[in-house]
Design a protein around this ligand. Structure first.
Ligand SMILES: Cc1cc2nc3c(=O)[nH]c(=O)nc-3n(C[C@H](O)[C@H](O)[C@H](O)COP(=O)(O)O)c2cc1C
Length: 168
């Protein structure tokens, strides 16, 4: 698929073919894309928790009010921020992780998988509970459901001229 086609075809998928097996190599490819994202001062302030365990996925689902798509997802990836990795520049870790997340979503779409980005930090006051379930000290920022799509989402994105200011 052409890159711009991948960008346009990526959509949040909330229904997946249950019990689909996704090979670890596929996940490595997706995480490679995530880790190629730019980051402030190349601090790479992230870690990725890949959750295959169904009981743990269920626990994560119960911690999040808008993540019921995990019912059919093959796995979840939780993108966690590590602000301590920021050395010279401070306060950019959320932007850095956002770039990694978008790369992850696009590579997943490129590989034929569906994803849904569910925000955790700072909207959910449950960071501690996510940290406990995932056994991490980093800050769980986004919960990504991943699986084989079982729905065709409508097109949502569009080019909106009113959001562009041109200074010549
Ligand atoms: C920071 C962030 C948090 C989001 N949280 C949720 C969520 O909790 N549950 C959900 O179903 N979708 C969530 N989404 C997905 C958005 O609803 C979705 O991206 C938006 O409606 C546009 O649709 P599209 O992804 O299909 O283009 C989130 C997206 C972002 C970027």
């Amino acid at each position: 698929m052409e890159f711009s086609e991948v960008v346009k075809r990526r959509h949040s998928i909330r229904k997946y073919k249950p019990e689909s097996i996704i090979q670890k190599e596929e996940i490595d490819k997706i995480l490679t894309a995530a880790m190629y994202a730019p980051s402030s001062n190349n601090s790479r302030p992230w870690e990725f928790v890949v959750v295959y365990n169904k009981k743990t996925i269920e626990k994560l689902k119960n911690l999040h009010p808008y993540a019921s798509m995990l019912n059919t997802a093959s796995l979840a990836i939780v993108v966690c921020g590590i602000p301590q990795y920021e050395d010279l520049t401070k306060g950019y870790w959320q932007q850095d992780c956002g770039a990694a997340i978008e790369n992850l979503l696009l590579e997943a779409a490129n590989s034929g998988f569906g994803t849904c980005w569910c925000g955790i930090y700072p909207s959910l006051n449950k960071t501690k509970e996510f940290q406990e379930v995932l056994e991490v000290k980093s800050i769980p920022l986004a919960l990504i459901a991943l699986g084989v799509p079982d729905e065709e989402p409508g097109t949502k994105g569009f080019f909106d001229k009113t959001k562009v200011k041109i200074m010549e």
